[in-house]
Design a protein around this ligand. Structure first.
Ligand code: ADP
Ligand code: MG
Length: 318
C-alpha cells in the first residue's frame, strides 16, 4: 500500500488548521490545534488517535460547524466549510462525544424529526431502514428513555445518518462503554463502511483502532505526529519485545548497545526491546546469558500500535 492510496479526491482535506480558544481572563488562550494538515481517503475507516486534550474533539467540532476555527481550511467532500457551508454540512454525519437525548420521543420519531430538520421529503426518508441498520427496528416505537445505553449510542449513529451523508464521524463512540457493546458498535461501523460510507473515528482503544482502521493519524498537543496506513504505523518501529524469566533475582537489567530498551519487569523477569533488523532473538538471549543469567522462560511479541503510540507521544513530550 502506498502512502497516498489513490487518485480519487479525499473525503476530507484539512490544511494548516489552527484553533486558539478565546482566553479566560488575560491569558493567551489555549492553542488547541497548532497547524494540522491531513487527508481522509474516501471509502476508508480513518482513526484519529491521541491522548486526552490532544485536540481531537476540537477538530471534529470544527468539521461539524460547532467550533469556529482560527485559520486554515477544511474541505468536506470537496466543499469548503466557509464558502460552501451547506454542502459541507450535508456531506457529513457527526456522532458527538456527549450523549444528549430527548427522552420523550420514540426512536422512529427521533429519526423522523431530524429528517424534517434536514428537509428530507417524506417519501425519501429512511427511518425504518436506519433502525434496521443499527439493530433497533424492534424498538421502533419504544420510548427513548427506556433504551439501554448501548441502544442510545446506536440511535445516535442512525441520527447522524438521516441525511445519507457519505461521511460518518464518531467522536469517542466507545468511551466508557462495556466490551460487548464496543464490539457491537465496531461491527456496525464496519457494516456501514462496507456499504461505502467513509468513517472517521476518534478513540483511546488502540488495539481496536489497529484492527478496525485502514489509516491512522496520531495527534498530540494539537499537532499531527504520524499519519500512515495502519500497517505501516505498526511496522514503523520494526521492533520486537522479548520477556525473559531468569534463574535468580535481577538487580540491574542487562544492558547492551544492541538493545533499544531493557527493563526489569519482576524479581526474576526482564523485558528487552530490540530492532529486528539489527539483532535476532537468539543473539539477545545469548547476550543476557553472557551477563551471568540462566534463562528459564522466554516469550516474544512484535511491537503493536500501543508501543508505537507510547514511543511517538513520549518523544513528542519535550
Ligand atoms: P481531545 O478531544 O483530544 O481530548 P479537545 O479538543 O477536547 O481534546 O481539547 C483540546 C484542548 O483545548 C484541551 O487543552 C482543552 O482543555 C482545550 N479546550 C477544549 N474546548 C475548549 C473550550 N471550549 N475553551 C477553551 N479551551 C478548550
Ligand atoms: Mg474529545
Amino acid at each position: 500500500m502506498s502512502d497516498h492510496p489513490s487518485d480519487t479526491p479525499p473525503a476530507i482535506a484539512i490544511r494548516d488548521l489552527v484553533k486558539r480558544y478565546a482566553p479566560v481572563g488575560n491569558g493567551e488562550g489555549k492553542l488547541a490545534l497548532g497547524g494540522v494538515s491531513f487527508d481522509v481517503p474516501q471509502g476508508k475507516i480513518f482513526g484519529l488517535l491521541g491522548p486526552n486534550g490532544a485536540g481531537k474533539s476540537t477538530l471534529i467540532n470544527i468539521m461539524a460547524g460547532m467550533v469556529m476555527k482560527t485559520s486554515g481550511t477544511v474541505e468536506i467532500w470537496g466543499h469548503d466549510i466557509d464558502r460552501d457551508t451547506r454542502n459541507a454540512k450535508a456531506s457529513i454525519g457527526i456522532v458527538p462525544q456527549e450523549v444528549v437525548f430527548d427522552p420523550f420521543f420514540t426512536p422512529f420519531e427521533v429519526l423522523e424529526n431530524i429528517a424534517g430538520l434536514w428537509g428530507v421529503p417524506k417519501g425519501q426518508r429512511r427511518s425504518e431502514e436506519l433502525l434496521r441498520a443499527v439493530h433497533l427496528l424492534d424498538k421502533r416505537d419504544a420510548y427513548s428513555r427506556t433504551l439501554s445505553g448501548g441502544m442510545k449510542r446506536r440511535l445516535l449513529i442512525a441520527k447522524a445518518m438521516v441525511h445519507s451523508p457519505p461521511i460518518l464521524v464518531l467522536d469517542e463512540p466507545t468511551a466508557g462503554v462495556d466490551v460487548e457493546l464496543r464490539r457491537q458498535l465496531w461491527e456496525l461501523v464496519s457494516e456501514l463502511n462496507a456499504e461505502g460510507v467513509t468513517v472517521v473515528l476518534t478513540t483511546h482503544y488502540l488495539e481496536e483502532a489497529e484492527q478496525l482502521c485502514d489509516r491512522i493519524a496520531i495527534i498530540n498537543h494539537g499537532r499531527v505526529i504520524a499519519d500512515k496506513p495502519t500497517r505501516e504505523l505498526v511496522g514503523m518501529m520494526g521492533e520486537k519485545l522479548v520477556e525473559i524469566t531468569v534463574d535468580r533475582d535481577v538487580s540491574e537489567p542487562p544492558q547492551n548497545s544492541l538493545f533499544t530498551k531493557s527493563e526489569k519487569t519482576g524479581e526474576r523477569s526482564i523485558c528487552i526491546t530490540y530492532d529486528k533488523a539489527r539483532v535476532n532473538t537468539g543473539q539477545v538471549l545469548a547476550l543476557v546469558q553472557q551477563q551471568g543469567y540462566a534463562i528459564e522462560d522466554v516469550t516474544t511479541r512484535e511491537a503493536d500500535l500501543e508501543d508505537v503510540f507510547v514511543q511517538l507521544t513520549s518523544a513528542d513530550a519535550t
